[in-house]
Design a protein around this ligand. Structure first.
Ligand SMILES: [Zn+2]
Ligand SMILES: [Zn+2]
Length: 465
């Protein structure tokens, strides 16, 4: 058996892993690196293409985040015989997100904000959708390749994290023994507001492909969900009390819906006034619809909860109407989570930062080069510090409250160690983490479980399993 990391290995990048199991060629995830444009962001499919010993029979996708599914059309373009497997909810999300990604790539090229050609066009996507197969949780399906010498079965396990996200169990026979490989995908071991924690298979597992996103983040294990929930409730209540507007920049898929549910909980508990208007916008609204449609067919803490059961208005499209909405005490839950230029959260923030009545609260990770991060750093340096949210606007004096609360959909590293303990694999391949994060995981696994062989492969490195 052969394993090759095709996505970035020393940063989080895009997830994509190649496995050749006795002649069956599999891709686990087909993600795009969100920090790159065009071809620079796609996985190293050329490694498979250029070696006649490698091929792809099936692509198995863990969830609909861009860094796991974004390059799926490119994979289907390059390997026309491949079939793409995913959960039913992921398929529904893909039908919304991939066309949106195609439109965005085209727009960036036309505006001149990107010099790359789009990786795929909206019109092509219909043809690819015939190659999608969706599967229920815990029911094995066949992924044996045409040149395979043994059958290979795959099954999905709930990964927590976001709607539709799964871990992948692969089962096959090798040398007269039954083998079990498990790929965690992105894991959320703890319940969020809508989505419950992951349900992974029992041991034995021979090889575990383990995500390590938060491996270098000691802060996330020091706090608890309850502390963060209470902290955000207080911060929001304070702003509303003094007549200000609250902006909660979110990722459109996952965090957006979880935060709407949380705001609803705050209202029901009387932590913020029941009548406070909530505004949402953009792609997040279409995604919320999928959350609601799948609420009886996917794992939920409370299947009766509907995202659209929470009273919310669409943020008006016109500039003057938006400005009007910002004059009343209200909550705006909009993308992007890192407040990138030309996104709704960035535009709203430009209107809000110069008044000390308002508050902007991050509820997820912000990359150091993002406007969200700059805003946070500036406010930490003191009220009135200047920061640039958009180059056209120039530096602005940051007067409003700005803070960050930790609502990760990922498992922190102690939880990841718990996964290791429970699945007790013979071998671990560390994936989806920066160098420092994977190093922490490797050191700790080797210290506590010296019998487990841990590898942390580089992109393109051929690993014999
Ligand atoms: Zn994810
Ligand atoms: Zn991810």
């Amino acid at each position: 058996m052969i394993y090759i990391a095709l996505g970035a290995s020393d940063e989080i990048g895009g997830s994509c892993h190649y496995l050749n199991i006795h002649g069956t060629g599999l891709l686990l995830d087909s993600g795009i690196d969100p920090e790159e444009e065009g071809l620079a962001g796609i996985p190293r499919l050329d490694i498979i293409d250029e070696n006649s010993d490698y091929w792809v029979d099936h692509a198995i996708i863990t969830h609909a985040h861009h860094d796991h599914i974004g390059a799926m059309p490119v994979v289907l373009q390059k390997f026309p015989h491949a079939i793409a497997h995913m959960s039913g909810a992921t398929e529904q999300l893909a039908e919304i997100l991939l066309p949106a990604s195609a439109r965005l790539q085209l727009r960036k090229q036309r505006e001149g904000t990107s010099t790359s050609n789009p990786l795929f066009y909206e019109e092509e996507l219909d043809a690819y959708s015939y190659l999608y197969r969706s599967h229920d949780l815990n029911i094995p399906f066949d992924v044996t390749g045409v040149r395979a010498s043994v059958p290979v079965r795959a099954s999905f396990y709930d990964a927590g994290h976001i709607l539709g996200s799964v871990g992948i169990l692969l089962e096959f026979e090798s040398g007269g023994e039954e083998k079990r490989y498990f790929y965690t995908g992105d894991t959320g071991m703890r319940a969020q507001t809508i989505i419950p924690g992951a349900e992974y298979p029992d041991s034995p597992i021979d090889v575990l492909f383990l995500e390590s996103t938060l491996g270098a983040d000691p802060e996330s294990e020091k706090t608890s969900r309850r502390t963060e929930e209470n902290g955000l409730a207080e911060a929001v209540a304070e702003v509303l009390k003094r007549g200000g507007t609250v902006l909660l920049p979110v990722f459109a898929l996952g965090r957006g819906q979880e935060i709407i549910a949380l705001v609803d909980r705050y209202k029901k508990r009387g932590l913020i006034p029941e009548e406070t208007p909530v505004y949402t916008a953009g792609l997040m609204r279409a995604i919320s619809d999928v959350y609601d449609k799948t609420r009886f067919s996917t794992p939920r803490l409370n299947p009766d909860f509907e995202v659209y059961g929470v009273s919310q208005s669409r943020l008006p499209r016109s500039h003057t109407a938006t400005l009007l909405a910002l004059t009343e005490p209200s909550i705006h839950i909009v993308g992007s989570g890192m407040m990138f230029e030309r996104t709704i959260s960035n535009r709203l923030a430009q209107q809000l930062v110069e008044s000390d009545k308002n508050g902007i609260f991050m509820v997820g990770y912000t990359r150091p080069d993002s406007p969200g991060h700059r805003l946070l750093e500036a406010r930490r340096a003191g009220k009135g510090t200047k920061a640039v949210l958009d180059e056209n606007k120039g530096p602005q004096s940051i007067q409003c409250d700005v803070d960050r609360f930790r609502f990760s959909g990922h498992s922190h590293r102690r939880d990841l160690m718990e996964v290791v303990k429970r699945l007790n694999p013979g071998r671990i391949v560390l994936v989806h983490g920066e160098t420092e994060a994977r190093a922490w995981m490797k050191n700790n696994i080797e210290y506590f479980y010296p019998e487990i062989d841990v590898i942390s492969p580089q992109t393109g490195e051929v690993v014999e399993l």
